[in-house]
Design a protein around this ligand. Sequence first.
Ligand SMILES: [Zn+2]
Length: 235
Amino acid sequence: MKSQPYHTVRNSKIHGRGVFAKRPIRKGIRIIEYTGPIVTTKEADKIGVQNENGHSHTMLFEIDKDRVINGNEGGDARFLNHGCDPNCETVQDGDRIFIEALRSIKQGEELCYDYHLQVPGKITDKERKEYACFCGSPICRGTQIAPELLAKQAKKDEKKSKLKAEKKAKAEAKAKAKAKVKAEKKAKGKKKKADSKSSKTDKKKDKKKVSGSLMVNVNDLSKKDKKKKKNKKKK
Ligand SMILES: [Zn+2]
């Protein structure tokens, strides 16, 4: 006798369609298999994700880093929503993926598991929004993206902002030092200018003096010469 299925598919409050417990499910029960053709990660990239109102439906399940189950062509398990405090978990058995009850589940409860969504590259606000979570759990992390990826990104962001702050502080210190040097130079320059001004006027005075004294000197010289000549003559 074929056993009655544990689940049923209907509209979900979380997102689109969801999978619900058709009857009470005991902890550890293998509820449903995540089925669909196995494709390469490259092929999966081409399939991509379905987008609806800016939110992405992911119907791909990673078996390993090279292969993915394409749930788009699979069974009901693809309708299981993500939940941050899930009542189910996924269990890999070779190349097969099963959804199992993490705890006892009441009839009518929506089944969900943590997608631990893998997003390549940097996790931006756009990605967070695209894979936003509406599970409604008090411990909802707001996104379906894997917590370890979020933690990694947070660490990177922190490092970056720290570096940025350090760079800013360095630049500010440099600018301050530069401004100080400039101010000092300016002050010195003013002094120099003042000095050169006074020296110029002094020089002018000197020139006058010099020219005056030269004249005098010439006269003196001639006088002296005359004197010398006189002296010479005397000698
Ligand atoms: Zn959530």
